[in-house]
Design a protein. Structure first.
Length: 286
């Protein structure tokens, strides 16, 4: 008897997790929709857990998005005047609880630089020292609205900056974007102690400004509060019940339906229940 293959057995060797993933991704998906379906199937086959699936879906969404899809709009930007005095500047920084601020001169189209809150510490402890904002500003990074989000994330990591000013095709400031905005698309909402008063929605995770991943068992009342929708809470306890009633039958993964102008896509289900939904809000009129 040959000993050339001493580790062989009569049966096939147990498959490792890498082999399982290879099996799951065969045949190879040819578009984003098929890839999401494959990832969903991987979760159903216990190759990955739900958290991993959500993060992979987040990465896929990021790959399709432009900066304009996730930026904080110009109107919501918290800015600081370059000529602000310390006694007015410090309360504004403390109240906002942000760590970085665009500093402007005339208006929001004139960005002088970025102020890091930590750079103000020296003036807190040495009040006799005059504060001249221009002397402590960091250079502002400017990116176009059309820049791909995945490319921007790579730039954030490689160049070690955390905020970028977004401009339109005419050079006007249209908003800003931070590395946290991108990471939240992948890992979900990143909360800190200042988020305690916000609506707690464990089952709702933003994918971009108009699309969300929603757990099917999210209560209708919670769904209505988050999306300002008006689904009848007497019709069902959970949003899955509302969707089931809309279909009139048990939908399959990938099925879509529009209710009250909101599109629901079943992203995870089995023969007995809906587990996960992708919710797309109607586009806002220009």
């Amino acid at each position: 008897m040959s000993d050339d293959n001493p580790h062989s057995t009569n049966g096939s060797a147990p498959k490792g997790w890498i082999d399982k993933i290879k099996d799951t991704f065969s045949p190879e998906p040819t578009n984003h929709e098929e890839l999401v379906d494959v990832i969903t199937e991987a979760e159903l086959n216990a190759v990955i857990n739900p958290q991993t699936r959500e993060m992979i879906e987040g990465v896929i969404e990021v790959n399709k998005m432009k900066v304009r899809d996730i930026m904080i709009p110009r109107a919501q930007m918290i800015t600081i005047d370059v000529n602000a005095a310390a006694d007015t500047l410090l309360p504004q920084v403390i109240d906002s609880a942000h760590s970085r601020f665009p500093v402007i001169s005339e208006d929001k189209d004139h960005i002088e630089g970025i102020l890091l809150a930590k750079d103000l510490l020296a003036y807190v402890y040495k009040q006799e020292q005059e504060l001249v904002l221009k002397e402590i500003l960091r250079d502002a990074v400017i990116v176009p609205e059309s820049k791909r989000v995945d490319v921007l994330l790579k730039d954030f990591r490689q160049q070690r900056y955390h905020m970028a000013i977004v401009v339109d095709e005419y050079g006007g400031v249209s908003g800003l974007v931070t590395i946290e905005d991108i990471l939240e698309l992948i890992v979900g909402e990143i909360e800190d102690e200042h988020d305690a008063d916000e609506i707690e929605t464990d089952g709702i995770r933003p994918l971009n400004k108009s699309t969300y991943s929603v757990k099917a068992l999210t209560p209708v009342s919670e769904f209505n509060t988050f999306f300002a929708s008006q689904f009848n809470e007497d019709d069902a306890d959970t949003i899955a019940g509302i969707v089931l009633k809309g279909f009139g039958h048990m939908p399959q993964t990938g099925d879509k339906i529009t209710l009250n102008d909101i599109e629901f896509k079943v992203t995870n289900s089995d023969k007995r229940r809906i587990q996960q939904l992708k919710v797309t809000l109607p586009e806002e009129p220009n």
